[in-house]
Design a protein around this ligand. Structure first.
Ligand code: SAM
Length: 219
């Protein structure tokens, strides 16, 4: 298990102060439904349009290299949304068997056409797969949307289906000023803290995968 940033080539976007969310509580309520409003609605309620643009291709390459994946290996993306990373992993390494799981019916019904049939509707807390059934499990910016107890269940599930072969990225802050930015901007997170807080959660869950942090920045 190690701290390793597999998203170093993900485009960094800073939040703009003047665009700060005005009705945060109502926006959060809408966003937490993970429906159309969250993915393809107003920017205040989520992504403001979740489209395929190939941004996951360099990350797919880094994931494949990190886990030394080969054609025929099975990979799972938990919180796959519309399946863009699933798509780019398969495009980068033809023959790789990639699947996704997400709680959002809207995302799965609006998935990338090339991955239809590969995405499962489900909850990260209870994966519908046998023990040790994936060569790698990825979960990016998803686990922090769960309550602490469910976070621990989800991390335990990841460990069950891919022992020691996973990558989890979660929201975190390293100091008071990052905490303030995070609390001003975050919409859907229910469990968050410093890397040290997360390390305690990982330990409690018996999680042995790799991990890194999403830290919000403002301009
Ligand atoms: C911030 S989005 C991240 C999507 C994608 N991984 C990415 O980085 O672009 C969080 C995703 O987690 C999904 N999600 C939230 N709670 C979940 C749960 N309990 N089980 C599975 N997926 C969940 C949401 O529907 C959404 O697609």
């Amino acid at each position: 298990m190690s701290e390793k940033n597999l998203l170093s080539r993900y485009p960094q976007s800073k939040r703009i102060i003047k665009n700060r969310i005005k009705n945060k509580e109502s926006a959060r309520e809408v966003a937490l439904k993970f429906g159309k409003e969250y993915f393809d609605g107003d920017r205040e309620q989520g992504y403001g349009g979740y489209y395929y643009d190939g941004r996951w291709l360099p990350i797919a390459k880094d994931i494949i290299q990190h886990f030394n994946l080969k054609p025929g290996d099975r990979v799972l993306d938990i919180g796959c949304a519309k399946g863009f990373l699933v798509h780019d992993l398969m495009r980068t390494l033809p023959g790789l068997e990639v699947y996704g799981l997400d709680i959002s019916e809207y995302a799965l019904f609006n998935a990338h056409p090339d991955v239809i049939g590969r995405l499962h509707l489900g909850n990260a807390t209870k994966l519908p797969f046998p023990d040790n059934s994936f060569m790698a499990v990825i979960s990016i910016n998803t686990i922090h949307n769960l309550e602490r107890i469910d976070c621990i269940a989800a991390l335990g599930e990841i460990e069950r289906v891919a022992p020691g072969r996973s990558y989890v990225q979660v929201d975190a802050y390293r100091n008071i000023s990052e905490k303030k930015i995070f609390e001003d901007w975050m919409l859907t997170a229910k469990t968050y803290g410093t890397p040290n807080d997360w390390n305690k959660i990982f330990k409690e869950a018996g999680f042995n995968g790799d991990y890194y942090w999403t830290i919000l920045e403002v301009d």
